[in-house]
Design a protein around this ligand. Structure first.
Ligand SMILES: Nc1ncnc2c1ncn2[C@@H]1O[C@H](COP(=O)(O)OP(=O)(O)O)[C@@H](O)[C@H]1O
Ligand SMILES: [Mg+2]
Length: 286
């Protein structure tokens, strides 16, 4: 009993957020007009948390992830990682892009694309080979190790990008609609693989998706974003048992309630912008 209390105290003490996103704003300035992509994103991510972010298309999700990853400077606000300002890509963080095609090396085979992620690590050649093999098996691409990216379908290229992120084994994984281009079965399989990896090798995941059910299935917590320019309109803690199961979890009454609640919320957000966009253009003319 005493031990239990101590363990709880220790957990609470170390529960400083891993990532602190402080009033983040992004305005894209083009020649003749400005686009406010992100209005005010303010949230924290705990160590080893699985956070999903959902929001209407074009609301600024990719923009947000690029700022979290240190690839894009915010117009105002800050991203803090373990209390330190993020100004460049942190070494223990990987971003899996939405736009997979551009992130692969066309002239390297599948295996060499994965190996590329390990180039600046201290792993021995044997360890590297093992990691590459394992990551390729996880995403079901082992038989394609000697193929080139252009010989693969879009879904396979996306799986290759995921294998590369997994082989590197980052502490923080940012994923931008990573399963969006996959068929339903592959998608379900990769969702489960991701949960499995997250359970075996604790890591913090920020997972952006437009698929509400996918968010509910995977996450500990979901941030619901408004339409552009985005702000967090709601935070939903997903209190569903783990391990999760594609059929069992998705049939739970609570699962359906979470899904319906978030769906209604997002539909409301989208409807609001459609009418406000008619009333007043969001883009500030110059
Ligand atoms: N480099 C850029 N320059 C100007 N506008 C951009 C740029 N990137 C994105 N935008 C605009 O910012 C808004 C948010 O885009 P994005 O972050 O890609 O949204 P999401 O990922 O939620 O679909 C969109 O209106 C988009 O057109
Ligand atoms: Mg996007």
């Amino acid at each position: 009993m005493g031990n239990g209390a101590l363990a709880v105290a220790a957990r609470t003490e170390s529960a400083l957020p891993l990532l602190d996103v402080v009033h983040l704003q992004k305005v894209y300035a083009q020649r003749r007009r400005q686009t406010v992509a992100v209005r005010d994103l303010h949230f924290a991510v705990a160590e080893n948390e699985f956070l999903a972010v959902v929001g209407p298309s074009g609301c600024g999700k990719t923009t947000m992830l690029r700022m979290l990853a240190g690839l894009l400077a915010p117009t105002s606000g800050q991203v803090l990682l373990r209390g330190q300002l993020v100004t460049e890509p942190p070494p223990d963080m990987v971003l899996v892009f939405q736009d997979y095609g551009r992130s692969l090396c066309a002239w390297r085979t599948v295996a060499r694309n994965v190996l590329f992620a390990l180039e600046h690590t201290r792993l021995s050649p044997a360890e590297r080979r093992e990691r590459v093999d394992h990551a390729l098996s996880v995403v079901g691409l082992r038989d394609f190790r000697d193929h080139y990216p252009w010989e693969l379908s879009g879904g396979m290229q996306q799986r290759l990008q995921i294998a590369r992120a997994l082989a590197y084994g980052p502490r923080i994984l940012l994923m931008d609609e990573p399963f969006g281009s996959l068929d339903a079965l592959t998608r379900a399989e990769l969702e489960d693989q991701l949960l499995d990896i997250w359970t075996r090798e604790p890591k913090t995941i920020v997972f952006v998706t437009h698929d509400i059910e996918e968010a509910v299935y995977l996450a500990d917590r979901i941030l619901v974003l408004s339409a552009r320019p985005s702000a967090v309109v709601e935070e939903v803690v997903i209190d569903l048992p783990r391990p999760r199961d594609q059929i069992g979890t998705r049939s739970l009454e609570a699962f359906v309630q979470y899904r319906n609640h978030i769906y209604t919320r997002i539909r409301h957000e989208t409807a609001q912008t459609t009418s406000s966009a008619l009333a007043a253009p969001v883009e500030a003319g110059r």
